[in-house]
Design a protein around this ligand. Sequence first.
Ligand SMILES: [Fe+2]
Ligand SMILES: [Fe+2]
Length: 272
Amino acid sequence: MRVLYCGDVVGRSGREVVMEQVPLLRKSMALDFVVVNGENAASGFGITEKICEGFFEAGVDCIVLGNHSFDQKEIMTFMAEDKRIVRPVNYPEGTPGRGAAVYKTPAGKTILIVQVMGRVFMDPLDDPFSGVDRMLNSGKLGQKYDFILVDIHAEATSEKMAMGHYCDGRATAVVGSHQHVPTADAMILPGGTAYQTDAGMCGDYNSVIGMDKEEPLRRFTKKISSSRFNPALGPGTLCGIFIESDDNTGLAKRIEPVRVGGRLHQTRTKLQ
Ligand SMILES: [Fe+2]
Ligand SMILES: [Fe+2]
């Protein structure tokens, strides 16, 4: 299977590049499934039903979220009903939505998407490792599931790497989100799981992690906040991770970073 994961979409710049590029990449890379992290899609904070619908129309199959899942309150009702939206699995019992979902692709393949949030320098949620374990124990890779993707939404690279190794051999891919800058450690772990600490964001990189530079700079240099954070509005880069799995085992055959548009060095995966 060929899957594209797109990192945190930040504001209009991120939305525009995703809406423009996902239909093209779906075709040129012969993708079976596209996952987008939408936690910052609505002006940097959360996501709305309208934005979700736009992503689905552009060819996105699943939207994952993160610590900004509930910034736009309207999404709670929508995510409770729509199975295509996944929020971290280790939120307290009774939180709206779901932490994992299973999908069938048009080619008849079964894919499990799990999202989990880290706890280091983040809100104190339930144990991310046992949360993921529960989901991985719902069925074996290569048997019940053709592809399993785990999104670890976390601040600490150590916690993300630990999650990668924890899932090694049991998931097709463990990808990181939340940091908004892509890391250069795309690899296949010894057990066959593809891993990258952070996918990076989809947004304007002439910014401070997607936000217009002015206010973050003021806060860093003067320690006084004078306005809210607003997304930077220059051309966006779609920043993501492409993973190809072995159809027999479900393990990863290939992982490649994808960077299209905007300021970042471009890396376009070629169809092979
Ligand atoms: Fe984010
Ligand atoms: Fe986040």
